[in-house]
Design a protein around this ligand. Structure first.
Ligand code: 8OZ
Length: 371
């Protein structure tokens, strides 16, 4: 029986334990460049089996929030290099999460102040986070998007490929995670609520999943399959994501991923940051059937789960074989030494919501380690 504290091989990633730091947007990279403070934050958490960075834009067009990092300009790549060097010097392993927000953006964040892009011109009932001229932060309604032309899709796939390559060859990451969750661009293509296209990228499940598989293949070309993971959220309503029939959709996705030799599959169970038993459509989502679809197709990657896990639930998931890895979000914000605390049963620090997004060291690098 495996425990949370046993090593595991996830593709080419050799991990000393089964505890991952989930990707967490923190809005502390002005000009999209990670600062030395960002390096300190990740380095404090280097005992995680795997660190997954906050979502990181693959292009200017992929940006949707103030002060989130990118991986498409030399200064951004150099900023991340400082982070990975520091994490590696501390003995850690770190992958970056590749992100294109699609319609979850605001015109003021887009190249030339243009409309954000999406599979279809349907505005999300969602909010983004902006920083005002006086430095204060505020939430704003996402802008009306425009539908991508068919001819624009290869360019976005190039952005995924280029960012993946820059991540491993220049920024020093051990791998990459594709952000295909939470109502961002790839998820917008997957779900019928945001995809009304009538071309090869819309309509039946096979068409709605086409962009995901093309993005995965581009990222594999850039980073190598054994260094690529992917994050999915089959039922989340985050960012106005909706599909009445997630089961066949995500089993189709799982089967296709099973053929591609990825390092790991990372699933948000339920509503992101909310109810684990959340459902979309008529039936409860069958996570075991979705996992079986991946394994039956030949998928050998590590199975990573996330959302509302505490020590007991995490232990049970790994010890029962239901999962190989557990990703912790809020607990990792507040507990840099989470691995030690879970192992020793030490009390956990509570996260402070008011410092999640934006700001400086407070609520970021000042959570105490256990004595
Ligand atoms: C919280 C705030 C902004 C972005 C996600 C990247 O939900 C995010 C995100 C979360 O995946």
């Amino acid at each position: 029986m495996a425990t949370l504290f046993d090593p595991i091989l996830a593709g080419d990633l050799s991990l000393p334990n089964r505890i991952a730091m989930a990707p967490l947007t923190r809005n502390r990279s002005p000009g999209a460049v990670p600062t030395p403070l960002v390096a300190e934050y990740y380095t404090q958490r280097a005992t995680a089996g795997l660190l997954i960075t906050e979502a990181t834009a693959i292009s200017h067009q992929g940006q949707g929030y103030a002060d989130v990092p990118g991986l498409y300009a030399p200064g951004q790549i150099a900023g991340w290099r400082r982070v990975t060097d520091a994490v590696h010097a501390a003995g850690g392993r770190i992958v970056t999460q590749l992100w294109h927000v699609g319609r979850i953006s605001h015109e003021t964040l887009q190249p030339g102040g243009g409309k954000p892009v999406a599979p279809s011109a349907i505005r999300a009932r969602s909010k983004t986070f902006l920083i005002n001229a006086d430095g204060s932060g505020s939430f704003a309604e996402t802008s009306e998007p425009r539908a991508l032309e068919l001819s624009e899709i290869p360019g976005i796939l190039d952005d995924y490929r280029r960012a993946a390559r820059a991540a491993v060859e220049e920024a020093g990451f051990d791998g990459v995670e594709i952000h295909a969750a939470n109502g961002y661009l790839i998820d917008q293509f997957l779900r019928s609520g945001s995809n009304r296209r009538t071309d090869a990228y819309g309509g039946p499940i096979e068409n709605r999943a086409r962009f995901l598989f093309e993005a995965v293949d581009a990222v594999i070309e850039g980073a190598g399959a054994g260094r690529v993971g992917i994050r999915l959220s089959p039922v989340t309503p985050a960012n106005d994501a909706f599909d009445p029939e997630p089961q066949p959709l995500f089993e189709h996705v799982a089967r296709g991923l099973g053929l591609r030799g990825l390092a790991y599959i990372h699933t948000i169970e339920g509503a992101t940051g909310g109810a684990r038993d959340y459902r979309q459509g008529e039936r409860d989502f069958d996570y075991a059937a979705y996992k079986a679809a991946y394994r039956d197709a030949g998928g050998k990657g590590a199975w990573m789960v996330n959302n509302g896990y505490d020590a007991g639930l995490a232990r049970q998931a790994v010890e029962s074989g239901a999962a190989d890895l557990v990703a912790f979000g809020k607990l990792y914000i507040a507990n840099p030494d989470l691995v030690t605390r879970l192992r020793d049963g030490t009390a956990l620090n509570a996260p402070d919501k008011t410092t999640f997004y934006g700001g400086g060291a407070r609520g970021y690098t000042d959570y105490p380690f256990a004595a």
